[in-house]
Design a protein around this ligand. Structure first.
Ligand SMILES: C[S@@+](CC[C@H](N)C(=O)[O-])C[C@H]1O[C@@H](n2cnc3c(N)ncnc32)[C@H](O)[C@@H]1O
Length: 454
């Protein structure tokens, strides 16, 4: 088997596992790369094949359906995996047609019947008959609406495209939809947070971040090679997540002795930043995480502190009743669909379903009620999601505030503006919505809330 064929085999194995057993490509791929002992160049090829194919799956399916003359739901799933992988090579990587087709037919032989092999050969030869630009026109031309055309062209589920459009329309920025979808298809740069009191972004061999005052962008891809990251003084963390944690810790000056809670802390990225800020200001953080394995990750994330914050393993929904009025500041980084972080997990967009939003909305609402119960009178809470979906953000905050009149929205953009190194482009609102295409961050939603003094 040639090296390139090994790279294709690795990619196919990962793509099949993602489909069959809900595996995470970013966790599984390194295992397969290690096992296959590929050269760095071929490991790079396998990575591009895997991530590119998974990300653009929606678009490739539209091409395959036209070339095959049948709906992809009528194609045997492993055969469809081979076709998707080959389509990525033909349309996005400009691999010579004969190599992409021949190698893919060889892969098909290992997983399908003789008729499946003939089918793969025929579909791929049909795809090679047109240039990538022609396929783009054909796919977009067959779309039923402008929204569907964008969803297909940028390989996003239609319901996700609609949800993004709705939020941008509310911001008066509908024209940015195409830019957002395009940005989701570009892998994120690796950004790090220098933990205040432990490291300074100016001195840890990174390019200073555009917005976060503690942030930097790695110059080389491997975080382990950065001394500050390797020693735990800096952490790989999206700049939007850094701003979300700092929005809480810097919402107002810290009074020594304050008590803080990170209610949904796993795996502990924001908890580490909050703990560093708390230590400098004389406050004390408690972290909480429902899932024990993830609570362990939080403990690891906090191990750099001489006296690490306590980590609870409670159901956040019950904390309000168990600890009423106890905390001066609370971060509720709620479990969400993660639709704001599609750059990071190529398969994630196909995993989520509209029904997830409703289910999570009920949990987010219960957690926010509980967090507000646990907040001291006069205390500040940050409600944060890495999803911009209105049903997980403004709708949750709005429905809870209608029932809890003692809580009001803080001018969150004013706080974030004061923290950020450079001016952030933010439409008028009481919340902050960050965007990959506008700010180069994940699409984080941040709403600061204040509880009235009793
Ligand atoms: C968005 S993640 C938090 C990310 C984290 N703040 C960070 O920056 O690393 C949400 C977390 O909430 C946890 N979670 C889900 N339901 C919960 C509950 N009822 N109580 C507490 N934590 C919960 C999930 O296991 C997940 O680890």
């Amino acid at each position: 088997m040639s090296y390139a064929q090994s790279a294709r085999r690795v990619a196919l194995d990962v793509i099949m596992a993602v489909r069959e057993s809900d595996a995470y490509a970013n966790l599984l791929l390194p295992v397969h790369l290690e096992r296959a002992k590929l050269s760095p160049a071929d490991a790079g090829l396998a990575t591009e094949l895997t991530y590119g194919t998974l990300r653009m799956q929606g678009y490739y399916d539209a091409v395959i359906a036209q070339a095959a003359g049948r709906a992809v739901s009528k194609i045997d799933p492993p055969v469809l995996d081979v076709l998707r992988l080959a389509t990525h090579q033909l349309l996005s990587m400009r691999v010579p047609s004969h190599a992409a087709v021949d190698e893919s037919v060889r892969l098909a032989k290992t997983i399908g019947s003789r008729s499946a092999v003939g089918f793969v050969n025929a579909v791929l030869r049909a795809i090679t008959k047109h240039e990538p630009e022609v396929w783009r026109e054909r796919v977009i031309g067959a779309a039923g609406s402008g929204e569907e055309a964008l969803a297909l062209a940028y390989s996003h589920p239609l319901w996700v495209t609609r949800a993004f459009r709705q939020v941008l329309v509310a911001e008066g920025r509908e024209v940015e939809l195409e830019g957002l979808l395009a940005a989701d298809n570009v892998p994120a740069r690796v950004s790090v947070a220098a933990l205040p009191g432990f490291a300074d972004a100016a001195h840890i061999d990174v390019t200073i971040a555009e917005y976060s005052p503690v942030g930097g962008i790695l110059r080389e891809g491997d975080p382990g090679k950065n001394a500050a990251v390797a020693s735990g003084r800096a952490r790989v963390q999206d700049e939007g997540s850094q701003l979300a944690a700092l929005a809480l810790s810097r919402a107002r000056p810290i009074v020594a002795g304050e008590s803080w809670l990170d209610m949904c802390a796993g795996p502990g990225g924001k908890a580490a930043l909050l703990a560093a800020e708390a230590l400098l200001g004389g406050a004390q953080l408690t972290a909480n995480e429902l899932i024990p394995a993830r609570a362990k990750l939080v403990r690891n994330a906090l191990a750099v502190f001489d006296v690490p914050p306590e980590v609870w393993e409670k159901d956040g929904v019950e904390i309000g009743q168990e600890h009423p009025g106890e905390f001066d500041r609370i971060l509720l980084d709620a479990p969400c669909t993660g639709l704001g972080a599609l750059r990071r997990r190529p398969e994630a967009r196909w995993r989520k379903q509209p029904g997830d939003v409703a289910q999570l909305g009920a949990l987010q609402t219960a957690l926010l009620h509980s967090a507000l119960d646990a907040l001291k009178p006069g205390g500040v809470l940050a409600y944060v999601t890495c999803s911009p979906h209105a049903a997980e953000t403004k709708a949750v905050v709005g429905s809870v505030l209608r029932k809890v009149p003692s809580v009001t929205k803080m001018d969150t953009p004013a706080v974030v503006r004061q923290i950020a190194v450079h001016e952030l482009d933010m439409p008028e609102a009481s919340h902050v919505q960050l965007w990959p295409h506008r700010h180069g961050t994940d699409a984080m939603f941040i709403q600061l809330l204040v509880k009235a003094d009793s």
